[in-house]
Design a protein around this ligand. Sequence first.
Ligand SMILES: [Zn+2]
Length: 193
Amino acid sequence: MARVHCVRIPCVHIDPATGLLRAVRQVLSPHFDARPKGSAPDLIVVHGISLPPGEFGGAWIDQLFTGGLDPGAHPYFRNIAEQRVSAHALIRRDGQIVQYVPFQARAWHAGESQYDGRPACNDFSIGIELEGTDDLAYEDAQYESLGTLVRALLAAYPSLASERVVGHSDIAPGRKTDPGGAFDWPRLRRLLA
Ligand SMILES: [Zn+2]
């Protein structure tokens, strides 16, 4: 079991047998499948998401990632409700972590993407969503949870590395902008140092 030093949020433990976080809210998604044979996760992708855009705190992200988003609940949802997407985990504005997909499985978060010449980043990455927008500062509690979660992942999966943590915008430039200019990369690097 991977254990990491606790800061101000509860310890994050990853069960290596299941790829699930212990003592974390889980909303398991049907939107995942197996990684290609022999593929271990070696990249962490940080995303930003809010539903509807710019609004926080609703149940909509859980619903989108589990295929239960009501297309009639908001005009924006009409175009996205049918998308079969997910991430491994979400960090809400208050720092709460929600897990949707076991880490060893392939979540569907990156879309058409490429890193270091390698396409299809879902095959070899772990996707972590931060509830937020490109332009609004992410919360202190989110950085703390993200730092703790990434450190737990680095301990649990030796194929990962702290210098291989990137943004969605890095692997899908021109198509995706999240987590946006609001995300403080030096701050995350300090948390991982
Ligand atoms: Zn994204």
